[in-house]
Every structure is written in structure tokens, then in C-alpha cells.
Design a protein around this ligand. Structure first.
Ligand code: PDD
Length: 276
């Protein structure tokens, strides 16, 4: 069951008019929220980021936090599986095609749930591979926009190369993955780029930094050069659907000794305990 504009209904019955600005222009924002043991993970943080995205595209939030929490609770109830991931999607609604905002806006609001399988144990043991590419996205990567064409094209490069993720470089600096944030370990220090307009402010990113802080893992947020990325002792990606994954190969070269490193092992153990 999904939620669309005030109604809960089966996915097959859910339709959106072709003039929806999400369909015509990609004019909307979204959120992805993991649900563990039927409870939304870090709901407050996800709803704050949603507000940030809506502010970024000048679209009024159609619901209060309490209303969102109620809709989310109901969607979780209506769907099977203790672990799910929720997809929230808000567009600037239906209007005659014109780039400028319509005068009257009735946003389209859509929520669906999907199963959230745990990352395959094999990947945690062997690690995954990644490739690099130039970050050719726009200048507001902090907005979780539904217009994802650059991310899609960049991610497909990884699929074509039989890799898990494309790691992006802008002006010689690491930004993030096509659909994830990236951490490296250099000289026992966990490093990740600072949150600014060049990256999506990841919720999993925040959790990893908090766990590092609480458990005494030396860490810092600062710019990371391409050379530092390529010579890192460990690389890992984070996202709500993939949690933390160790990257053991980059552009065909092993990272560290080519197996998941101790900092990944520790953070993953902490994350698994924390999320429940
Ligand atoms: N993507 N950066 C980008 C570009 C992303 O698309 C995502 C997540 C992240 C990680 O953010 P978080 O930890 O809050 O999931 C970083 C989601 C999962 C998606 O688009 O499906």
C-alpha cells in the first residue's frame, strides 16, 4: 500500500496526471528513510532534511512534522516486513507547462515502502569495488532533488564497469558517491568532506561521525584530495539503504591490502548495534 495525496491505496491504483511538474520538469524533492524493527530511523533528522530540500526549491511543506510522523506510522503498518525503507516524494503539483512556478500550487505527495534487506554478508567480508568520475552535477547537491539525471548517468558508469558505486571528484577533491557519502581512513584518521552545497548531508554520515565521536575513533571533516582518496588505507560508503560498505578496490586498484579494514569493522559493528 502506498500514500498518494490524502489516500492510502494499492500501488497499481496510484496514478499521477501527466502534467505533474515532477513528470514534466523533475520539479520536486524526496527523502529515503530506513525503518528497522518497524520504527523509522532518525525520523526527526530526515524530516529536517526534507524541510531543507523544500526550502531550497521554495516549495511550502504540505505537512507538519506530526502529520508526516502519522502518515509514516500508517504506511509502516500497512506494509509487511520489520525492516523497510520509505520513499517520500513531493512535487510542485499539476500545472500547465511553464518553467515559472504556477500561481496556485497543490503539491503532489507520495509515500511508498520497500523491503530493506540487510547488506549481503559477502559484501561485508570481501568489500565492493568503485570507480571514479568527474562530478558534473549542479551547485546545489545539498538539495535532495528528484531530478537525478547526472546521478543516474554517473551510477550507470559503475554498473557498466561491474562496480558498486561511482566516487565523484570535483576540482581535484572528493565530493561523494553517485548515491552515497564517502569516508576514507588516512593514518588512523577517519576523514570525510564537510557538509556544504557540494554533497548531500547524509543522515548515515551523521550517525557514523557521532559513533566515531562517542567511541573514540579519531576523525575529522575536511577537504580530501584525489591523491588522498587513491592512497587511503580504507574507503567506505554510507547510505540509508546500504548502511556502511567497505570499498576495497578503486578503478581496479586495491585499497589498503584489498580487504575491509579495522575502522570499517569497528564502525559497522557500532552501527549494527546502534540501529536497533
Ligand atoms: N541516497 N549522497 C547522495 C547523492 C545520495 O543519493 C545519498 C542517499 C546519500 C546518503 O544519504 P543518507 O545517508 O541520508 O541516505 C548521499 C538515497 C539512499 C537514494 O537516493 O536512494
Amino acid at each position: 500500500m502506498i500514500y498518494l495525496n490524502g489516500k492510502f491505496l494499492p500501488m497499481e491504483q496510484a496514478t499521477v496526471p501527466v502534467l505533474d511538474r515532477g513528470f514534466i520538469f523533475g520539479d520536486g524533492v524526496y527523502e529515503v528513510i530506513p525503518v528497522y524493527s518497524r520504527k523509522p530511523f532518525r525520523l526527526g533528522e530526515h524530516l529536517s532534511r526534507l524541510q531543507h530540500s523544500l526550502d531550497g526549491i521554495r516549495l511550502q511543506n504540505p505537512h507538519t512534522e506530526e502529520q508526516w510522523a502519522g502518515l509514516i506510522e500508517r504506511i509502516i503498518e500497512l506494509n509487511e516486513g520489520d525492516d523497510q525503507y520509505l520513499y517520500l516524494h513531493i512535487t510542485r503539483g499539476v500545472a500547465k507547462r511553464d518553467h515559472a512556478f504556477p500561481r496556485e500550487v497543490t503539491p503532489t505527495v507520495f509515500i511508498m515502502s520497500n523491503p530493506l534487506p540487510a547488506p549481503p554478508a559477502k559484501l561485508l567480508v570481501s568489500g565492493v569495488s568503485a570507480i571514479t568520475a568527474r562530478d558534473n552535477r549542479w551547485g546545489r547537491c545539498d538539495i535532495k532533488a528528484i531530478s537525478l539525471l547526472p546521478n543516474i548517468l554517473l551510477r550507470q558508469l559503475a554498473v557498466d564497469a561491474q562496480a558498486m558505486e561511482t566516487i565523484l571528484l570535483r576540482d581535484g577533491l572528493l565530493t561523494e558517491g553517485a548515491a552515497s557519502n564517502i569516508f576514507i581512513v588516512k593514518d588512523d584518521l577517519l576523514l570525510t568532506p564537510p557538509k556544504d552545497h557540494r554533497i548531500l548531508p547524509g543522515i548515515t554520515y551523521d550517525v557514523v561521525l557521532e559513533l566515531a565521536e562517542t567511541h573514540g575513533v579519531p576523525h575529522a571533516t575536511r577537504e580530501i584530495s584525489e591523491l588522498e582518496l587513491r592512497t587511503a588505507r580504507e574507503i567506505m560508503l554510507t547510505s540509508s539503504t546500504k548502511e556502511i560498505l567497505p570499498i576495497t578496490q578503486l578503478d581496479g586498484q586495491p585499497i589498503g591490502n584489498g580487504t575491509p579494514g579495522p575502522v570499517f569493522q569497528q564502525l559497522d559493528r557500532l552501527y549494527q548495534a546502534y540501529k536497533l
